[in-house]
Design a protein around this ligand. Structure first.
Ligand SMILES: Cc1cc2nc3c(=O)[nH]c(=O)nc-3n(C[C@H](O)[C@H](O)[C@H](O)COP(=O)(O)OP(=O)(O)OC[C@H]3O[C@@H](n4cnc5c(N)ncnc54)[C@H](O)[C@@H]3O)c2cc1C
Length: 865
């Protein structure tokens, strides 16, 4: 504990003026110490705020009156780099810069690259759900593969060792909570092979708006660079000579990395697009010049954080509207006499600026910010380009959320921070300013009639006179039904799962695409739409949903997101989790809540999505989703290599995942999957095939396919083929026919197992599962998505021997981080349900959101973890 005056003052300093000197700085170094601290603070009625490096305290949880500061400075355990699992674990207090340097020494980089202030910490980055480099992978939550945190209740929570999200997992609430629910004590980040080449394309334009138009045009083509920021041209004049540099008003800086050919193609593409958008000059900078440009870029970034008053003008809006918002900001700045500094972050769809008026004219700054806020909201954007629920964001929450949303946040807070140690009390919503993610039609009359109808239906169900499916026509109706069911204690199932409920809610009627913004690559759809129908809609607009390639297209979007959040992690596209920009759901209380919107930098407040994604309808039923999709790639091609055993196949899959490891040049696969028995051929030998898919421009894909073919041969493949677009799709479809992430699709007699385990242990676990099955005279069929660290296993006629198989696996896989869930019913599986503990906090959360227990528990028989 520190009570030294000078240090206390240092911890009081933030960029804002409303900070207060803390009474003590607490420096715990272990989870247990943090937990004890929280219990002590709770007993003494003291508040606390959490501090990492202090770089992001801009709008975060500031030290407020009579509080302590919990610093993570001593949570600095050395890095644990696990090259086989391609991840790194760091204590919360370790600086991002140290992590980047540590993993670079092993030939890796943090996924998507990352550029942070030198003192930013791992814990601070996770707590803010930062957007890192602003790159295509999304926010911190998309880059994480695990965290540990201590909630203010004193509970220590960590993500499962094998997968990131399950129905009882709670750690996701910590991400982006900005120190208002917990202390993040440790984070595990995904790594990617360090790219062989990195360049920055510098394109000069006459002004910022012209550069923004070009940046948006670039993303519209589907190109996904590591980052794309626009800064004032004068900021880079020191690093660039020439007439264009002297005359230009703005520079678009696009960073690209990857294999030699990919970077070559990418740089040419970006330069071409910039010239199409009338760039005065576009040049590719590498090595020393690139470094100089990067330094100028960083100092422009720092200007955003001017400590001398002014206002933050950080707003986000859908990509398509970014030029309009930028133009408006510049116009208003002129009108109010406000000088702007900072940047336009095209990849993050936001303005990251700071505005300062002359001394004595501060009122103008506030008026300027208010105008911009209005404009951003009118453009379906957000009044801030950041996450969390820090002190200064509180005022904004009522204009961004409805009362039901704020009520849900209060309930989350009540579970995790019972003694209000970290909390900042959430305001009431301004009811007039409702912002729905779905533009809903008014349905009052319909709702009135349906209210009577739902009462009738649920009455019948409660008398046991109805055990059938009911089609849900609208979220409000679903809300009414849930309320009615709640009053009568009727247990519900959603689209047939879990079986045996009194009333099944069929969401297939909620199947509309509500909005489609092709430039911003955002689609808002109702949750009952089948993935195939969504894909058809997207294809008609040149768009594509980059999910796990083998997922059954008949599954509904809501079910898919409730059951699967990894969804095929792919470099360039990220996890499914990160592709959900907003959602609407009906809780077990019958409240319709919504979260997020159409841009990725706007999730002010606690993450209500955590009640839905991967939670299997335990707390709420998803009714609509806003998704970030991708532009259909010019070419898709896959290489299929067959091996005579799983060990050889998984060795090739591992190498492909690790970028080829230099042996045959850099590989950047979009999907890496393993399956046994070639689908569609009818043959069911012992062979195992590996599918590695690439997408992008035809020259880059051709290069990857050649290199992957060589690598597969070197690794001893019996047979190698390559398939183009349609054939590739057909192959995935045939695989998908046998697998589904939702339990209902399984035939009664077949045993279905879902294995989650890091890619390096996939082969080992699948081998054990195969052996356990063959010892009982069964043959299992599997398909594994190596990037998502998940395998689906089906054992035809396996239900009768399920307990024996599971018992054997339980004994043999204890040394691995594997977790296996069983998606089939068998009475003998009860013992595997009882083995699972129910975290008390998950139970409290269930109480808050489904007090009558009418929604599914989401739990399945399982081993491991
Ligand atoms: C010049 C500059 C450039 C930046 N560039 C980027 C960028 O490119 N991308 C980006 O994402 N961000 C950027 N940021 C924002 C910010 O620096 C980062 O989000 C950073 O990761 C915050 O880390 P920190 O350790 O400094 O956190 P702090 O500033 O100490 O804290 C930030 C918030 O998180 C909470 N917090 C901190 N540590 C923990 C913990 N362990 N557990 C729970 N809560 C905690 C605090 O209470 C506070 O509310 C930038 C900031 C500056 C000043």
């Amino acid at each position: 504990m520190i009570v030294d005056e000078a240090l206390l003052q240092l911890h009081a300093e933030t960029r804002g003026s409303d900070s207060v000197r803390p009474v003590a700085i607490l420096l715990p170094s272990t989870d247990e110490q943090v937990s004890q601290l929280f219990r002590l603070l709770g007993r003494e009625g003291l508040g606390a705020s959490v501090r990492g490096g202090g770089s992001g305290l801009v709008w975060g949880a500031l030290p407020h009156d009579a509080v302590t500061v919990i610093s993570t400075a001593r949570m600095n355990t050395p890095l644990r780099i696990v090259p086989e699992q391609m991840n790194v674990t760091a204590g919360a207090g370790v600086r991002i810069e140290e992590i980047a340097a540590g993993v670079a020494a092993h030939g890796f980089r943090l996924c998507g690259g990352m550029d942070m202030p030198p003192f930013a910490t791992a814990g601070g980055f996770v707590a803010r759900n930062g957007d890192g480099y602003g790159g295509p992978l999304g926010l911190a939550d998309g880059l994480l593969s695990g965290i540990r945190c201590v909630f203010a209740s004193g509970d220590i929570v960590s993500s499962s060792k094998s997968g990131f999200s399950g129905p009882l997992d709670l750690h996701g609430f910590a991400v982006g909570s900005e120190g208002t629910l917990c202390v993040v004590t440790e984070a595990t980040f995904r790594l990617e092979p360090a790219p062989p080449r990195e360049v920055i394309v510098v394109a000069l334009f006459r002004d910022v708006v012209a550069a923004t138009v070009a940046g948006v045009g670039l993303f519209k083509t589907g190109f996904l660079p590591d980052s794309a920021d626009i800064i004032a041209a004068e900021a880079i004049r020191g690093a660039l000579a020439g007439e264009a540099a002297a005359a230009a008003g703005a520079a678009l800086l696009v960073s690209i990395s990857g294999g030699e050919q990919d970077v070559e193609d990418g740089a040419q593409w970006v330069s071409g697009i910039c010239h199409d958008f009338l760039a005065m000059q576009a040049l590719v900078t590498e090595n020393r010049q690139r470094q100089e440009i990067a330094n100028c870029w960083r100092s422009a970034q720092r200007q955003f954080c001017s400590p001398h008053g002014g206002v933050l003008a950080d707003f986000s809006c859908p990509l398509a509207a970014l030029p309009e918002l930028t133009g408006y900001a510049l116009g208003q700045a002129r009108e109010y006499g406000v000088v702007l500094s900072g940047m336009v972050r095209v990849a993050s769809e936001c303005l990251w600026m700071h505005g300062a008026a002359k001394q004595g004219e501060e009122a103008k700054e506030q008026a300027f910010a208010a105008r911009l806020q209005e404009k951003a909201l009118a453009l379906k954007g957000s009044a801030l380009a950041a996450h969390g629920v820090g002190a200064r964001r509180l005022d904004l929450l009522p204009s961004l959320h409805r009362e039901a949303d704020l009520d849900a946040m209060r309930r989350i807070d009540a579970v995790f921070d019972k003694d209000a140690i970290l909390s900042l009390s959430l305001p009431q919503a301004r009811s007039a300013e409702r912002r729905d993610i779905v533009a809903r039609r008014r349905r009052e009359e319909e709702v009135r009639v349906l209210k009577a109808k739902t009462a009738e239906i649920t009455s019948k169900a409660s008398l046991g006179a109805l055990a059938e499916s009911l089609a849900v026509p609208a979220p409000e109706v679903l809300g009414l039904l849930v309320r009615s069911a709640r009053e009568r204690g009727i247990v519900l199932s959603i689209n047939g799962f879990p079986r045996g409920a009194s009333l099944d809610l069929d969401t297939s009627g909620l199947n509309k695409v509500v909005l489609s913004d092709n430039t911003s690559r955002v689609v808002v759809a109702e949750a009952g739409i089948a993935l195939n129908d969504l894909a058809t809609h997207l294809a008609a607009n040149g768009l594509w949903f980059p999910g796990s390639p083998y997922v059954d297209g008949a599954i509904r979007l809501g079910d898919f997101l409730a059951w699967e959040t990894e969804g095929g992690f792919a470099p360039g596209y990220g996890r499914m989790y990160s592709r959900v920009l907003g959602l609407e759901a009906v809780t077990g209380r019958g409240d319709v809540m919504s979260w997020g919107g159409m841009v990725r930098m706007q999730h002010a407040g606690l993450r209500l999505s955590e009640l839905c994604l991967g939670k299997r309808n335990r707390y709420a039923i998803i009714t609509a989703v806003a998704l970030r999709v991708a532009v259909t790639p010019a070419t898709r091609q896959c290489v299929v290599a067959s091996y005579d055993n799983i060990a050889a196949a998984s060795s090739f899959a591992r190498l492909a995942l690790r970028g080829g490891q230099g042996s045959s040049g850099h590989l950047a696969p979009r999907a890496v999957a393993l399956f046994n028995g070639p689908p569609g051929s009818g043959r069911s030998g012992e062979g195992v095939s590996v599918v590695v898919e690439f997408s992008g421009t035809s020259s880059s894909v051709a290069g990857h396919v050649n290199r992957a073919t060589v690598l597969a041969a070197v690794e001893g493949a019996d047979h190698i083929t390559s398939h183009e677009d349609k054939a590739c799709e057909g192959l995935w479809r045939r695989i998908a026919e046998r697998y589904s992430p939702v339990p209902d699709a399984v035939n009664d007699e077949s045993l279905k197992l879902v294995l989650t385990t890091p890619p390096d242990t996939l082969g080992f676990c699948l081998d054990h599962i195969s052996r356990a099955c063959s010892r009982r005279g069964r043959r299992c069929e599997y398909v594994a998505d190596a990037l998502a660290a998940r395998a689906d296993v089906v054992v035809p006629n396996g239900v009768s021997v399920a307990p024996e198989i599971l018992r054997e696996l339980d004994e043999n896989l204890t040394e691995t981080p594997a977790r296996i869930e069983v998606f089939s019913r068998h009475e003998g599986l009860q013992e595997f349900m009882q083995n699972q503990g129910q975290p008390p906090l998950a139970e409290e959360l269930k109480q808050q959101f489904d007090p009558s227990g009418i929604l599914p528990s989401g739990r399945l028989p399982a081993i491991g973890r």
